[in-house]
Design a protein around this ligand. Sequence first.
Ligand SMILES: [Zn+2]
Length: 336
Amino acid sequence: MKPAFDIIKELPKVDLHRHLDGSLRVRSILEIANQQQYTLPSADVKELEKYVTVAPDCRSLGDFLKAFETFYPILMNPSAMERIAFEASEDAFQDNVKYCEFRFAPVLQAKGDFSMQEILQGVLKGLEKAHTEYDIINPLILCCYRSESPASSLETVKLALENRKSVVGIDLAGDEEHYSAKDHLEAFQLAKENDLPITIHAGEAGTVHNIREAVELLHASRIGHGIHIIDDKDLYDYFKKNQIPLEMCLTSNIQTTVVPDLATHPFRSCYHDGLKVTINTDDPGVSSITLSDELHLLTRQYDLTIDDIKKIISNGIDASFTTEERKAILKKKFFN
Ligand SMILES: [Zn+2]
């Protein structure tokens, strides 16, 4: 018998790939915009929803990105980001996500009146408040951005290192088809030298070459998406042998059309072949999904059992950027 949605929702869960700027509540977008006297396409929540989220059957990267563009200007503010970080944690907690690594790119939000440092402090305040109030561990990953300057990536890594207590890792996000990861080598070298864990968006819209580059050149120990891993047998075998985690995000991949449909998504073969696969939401606000939705999707689409779901959650704990002690505590709490 297939596990029902409620059983999956009740399970304690882990999300390793969740963007803060993709986790906004529609009502909050409206309220923050009002505070900032920023004009949105609609002042009605129901109507606005059509602009800031995509429909479940969205099959367009353009539409997906357009949703972000609609609300992005209101994010360049520490108190807005504090609220967003708090609410994103609250939403995760309400879905029984007990460990969630949130991420955002300070460089993108520091294009207005505030510095990267100021924006980060707002985010950390929101995360901390939610951690105090709810049973959720919600550390942060800072994203460097491919299309931004190498200097901004270096600054992002330095910021991460200065806030090591709350920032558990560093990421490289953005357009991997037109911008090389190599440009940001110095920043990732600095992260490596200081043992700051690295994950990189690679092999999502771009080719498997980017996955190889992320691991061999930029020292990534985890890969965001990595769906093109199936295109290089040697690298695939290396990932399998060394259990290098893949942060897969199914609905996001379908909506942005990097994979045509769930039937052809490489998740299934990678999982059954023993790769270290994790399932994550990417942008739950824009995609209008929860992690429970995504895991439930696996049971419907690929006939996975509740034990498979637990195995995937356990993979998430193994792959998390936390201490071995905390991993052991989480496993005990989740599965005993
Ligand atoms: Zn992502």
